[in-house]
Design a protein around this ligand. Structure first.
Ligand SMILES: Cc1cc2nc3c(=O)[nH]c(=O)nc-3n(C[C@H](O)[C@H](O)[C@H](O)COP(=O)(O)O)c2cc1C
Length: 313
């Protein structure tokens, strides 16, 4: 491993480890990095695409954007101001993003809290506790998305929540009938049943009696971009990770309801339900969760582009 951006090899390794803590659909970890003296490039790992579940690489770009946010934070921990170019063009073949050194920047308390949250963040895998999310926490999550030029819609209306969860169930039905999606999930996840279990549990949550909606536990939120396309996906991935880390720093946990994002006609329905202008990128539930063990991560050596500098002799 070489040094980069003024960091030595061990520090660069730490930056890549931090990036690799990002969430990804089926924990596929579909990112790779190229390290050069003056930059770190983020690439997709084509061997880790999920063509049946994510045919347009939409969620792959979300995950790579989340990993990019990890690089940004890890550089901030070293006092470096990261300078990011999304989709930098043919000069950097295949790169989704390039990160350079944009000078020095002192660490503020909020960023420090996000850095501390990186190793602690987990996707919640147990029922949420029945404790409402305080309004101030909700506002912090919305603000986190705004900081990354994205929009976090908090579903507080009972009918709207029921609609979102109907769309989850509908998309789940489509995917459950698709052997390619089922095979992909079985191949990538240890138990293959995590999503099914969550869909049912969350659909039941939509049937709660009225009166529980305001500050209900957990919240249903939709992260959206203002436009569509690969750049919006990378932007939303950074927003996703900022929202998730903000949640972690506040003692909250989140889980994903990705089915209505993955099934295109259902995504269109969700988009129309949100007013048509915004592009839904992720549906999350956020609340107070239970401790979850860390999901396995790839060793740093496997995260380097083949054609890039290698840690191997
Ligand atoms: C774009 C995206 C979509 C995801 N969709 C789901 C999902 O539908 N169901 C689920 O249980 N987890 C989903 N996850 C969470 C991943 O399974 C999780 O990030 C991965 O297993 C690593 O675990 P961790 O987040 O606890 O580190 C998704 C994550 C991302 C980034």
């Amino acid at each position: 491993m070489t040094g980069a951006l003024g960091l030595d090899a061990d520090e660069v390794r730490g930056v890549l480890v931090a990036a690799g803590l990002a969430p990804s659909l089926n924990n596929a970890q579909p990112w790779r990095f190229r390290v050069e003296r003056d930059r770190i490039e983020v690439h997709a790992d084509p061997a880790r695409r999920l063509p049946a579940t994510d045919p347009d690489d939409r969620e792959l770009r979300l995950a790579c954007g989340a990993a990019l946010f990890g690089i940004r934070l890890a550089l901030r921990a070293h006092g470096i101001r990261p300078l990011v170019t999304l989709l930098p063009g043919p000069e950097y073949p295949g790169a989704l993003a390039v990160v350079r050194r944009g000078g020095s920047q002192a660490l503020d308390d909020r960023t420090r809290a996000l850095i501390a949250a990186m190793p602690a963040r987990r996707t919640n895998r147990e029922p949420f506790r029945d404790a409402p999310v305080p309004v101030a926490h909700r506002q912090a999550l919305v603000h986190a998305a705004e900081r990354e030029r994205s929009w976090l819609h908090v579903v507080t209306d009972r009918d709207e929540r029921a609609l979102v969860h109907r769309l989850v169930a509908k998309a789940h039905g489509v995917q459950a009938a698709d052997p390619a999606v089922r095979a992909e999930m079985a191949a990538w996840t240890a138990d293959g049943g995590v999503r099914d279990e969550w869909v049912l549990r969350d659909s039941h949550a939509a049937e709660r009696p009225p009166g529980e909606d305001h500050g209900s536990a957990p919240l249903t939120v939709v992260l959206s971009s203002f436009y569509d396309g690969p750049q919006a996906g990378l932007q939303s991935g950074q927003a996703l990770q900022r929202v998730l880390l903000t949640a972690t720093a506040l003692g909250l946990a989140a889980s994903f309801l990705s089915q209505p994002i993955e099934v295109r006609p259902v995504r269109d329905e969700l988009r129309r339900a949100l007013g048509g202008g915004l592009v839904p990128q992720a549906v999350l539930r956020v609340g107070f969760g239970s401790p979850v063990p860390p999901a396995p991560r790839r060793p740093v050596e496997d995260l380097l582009c083949d054609t890039g500098l290698s840690t191997r002799p």
